[in-house]
Design a binder for this molecule. Structure first.
Ligand code: PHE
Length: 340
């Protein structure tokens, strides 16, 4: 029996198969139900007890050596196969790589830019770190207006004239100062407010503001342009309504509501049963603003509007918590992937 074990051990060590099929054949001949090693183990049960220890050890060594050899050879065949590309199964499903996607705020901003581009608006940009003139003074904010208060605005401590813009209206001032009417621009961008009203409020958000200045621009033009925007953004059946409001830079001013696209205007918990959602502020540009920016208010009139992108995105996608836009949790973001 010892001779048989040693012979098998030698055969295992010397085994050099040329093909994978040969290896499988060898495995079955050795370890299969009727294999030689299996037969040896059966025989082992019948040997004299004083022989068991030595023989048992030898059989174990043989078994481990055989299994090791077979596994190594198997792996060699696998790597050789994939190196040649020969044995790869090309019909196997691929690994599912997540392709990435735009942030929902970018998706909505781009859509707004496209909608207004169809009405002839171009995009204007400006700095996030601004001065008092472009954010407040040129826009007809009185010296003591509460919006200038430390609570709303991030001032640079050493120089209170320098601050983080609280709205993108500052871009519109820069456009009016450097361009001649007709002017038709929208100003998307990031804005900063020192708000701590609730744990949900965020000191950074995004706006798109618009400005149209020409001869004979009227409130009817404002209303029609914003109705077009609402229909493009929320669907053809959308309605709008304007409620009187106040902004220092527009007169008259209004707050615009759009009919709730979630309940079709019947009333639900998102529109708090009213059927309407407030989405933007707007109005006719105050003549004082036109004059401050070097535009002749006796010849030109214009309208302006401004809205938060987060608000529009929440309503469009049914997002209930604004913080999701800033947390950047992949489980949230991947829902906006076009591949899904
Ligand atoms: N600038 C205003 C805001 O940030 C929005 C607005 C823009 C209102 C233009 C009217 C006209 O709240």
């Amino acid at each position: 029996m010892i001779a048989k074990i040693e012979e098998l051990l030698r055969r295992v060590e010397d085994f050099r198969p040329k093909a994978e099929a040969e290896l499988e054949e060898f495995r079955i001949k050795l370890l299969g139900k009727k294999g030689e090693l299996t037969a040896l183990m059966d025989e082992f049960r019948t040997v004299a007890p004083e022989m068991k220890r030595e023989l048992g050890q030898k059989i174990n060594t043989l078994k481990t050596a055989a299994l090791d050899r077979i596994n190594t050879l198997k792996q060699e065949f696998a790597t050789a196969g994939s190196a040649q590309g020969g044995t790869d199964d090309l019909t196997r499903p691929g690994t599912n790589d997540y392709p990435g996607s735009r942030h929902p705020i970018s998706i909505v901003r781009n859509e707004m830019v496209e909608i207004f581009a169809r009405l002839g608006y171009t995009v204007a940009d400006g700095p996030e770190i601004e001065d008092d003139w472009h954010v407040f003074s040129a826009l007809n904010f009185p010296e003591d207006h509460p919006a200038r208060d430390m609570q709303d605005t991030f001032f640079i401590e050493k120089n209170p004239d320098i601050l983080l813009r609280t709205h993108t209206s500052s871009i519109q001032v820069r456009v009016m100062e450097t361009q001649k009417p007709p002017i038709r621009v929208i100003c998307p961008g990031r804005v900063f407010r020192n708000e701590a009203i609730s744990s949900r409020s965020h000191c950074i958000f995004h706006q798109v503001e618009g400005l149209y200045i020409d001869r004979n621009v009227s409130f009817a033009d404002l209303k029609q342009s914003l109705l077009y925007f609402a229909k493009e953004m929320f669907g053809e059946d959308s309605k709008i309504r304007l409620r009187p409001s106040f902004f220092p830079f527009t007169e008259p001013s209004a707050e615009m509501d759009v009919s709730c696209n979630l309940c079709g205007g019947k009333g639900c918990n998102v529109c708090k049963g009213t059927g309407w959602l407030e989405i933007l502020g707007c109005g006719m540009v105050d003549p004082n603003v036109l004059e401050a920016c070097g535009i002749d208010s006796t010849r030109y009139t214009g309208f302006a509007f401004g809205m938060g992108i987060e608000r529009i995105a929440m309503l469009k996608f049914g997002v209930r918590d604004i913080r999701l836009f800033f947390e950047n949790d992949v489980r949230f973001l991947r829902q906006f992937s076009p591949a899904l």
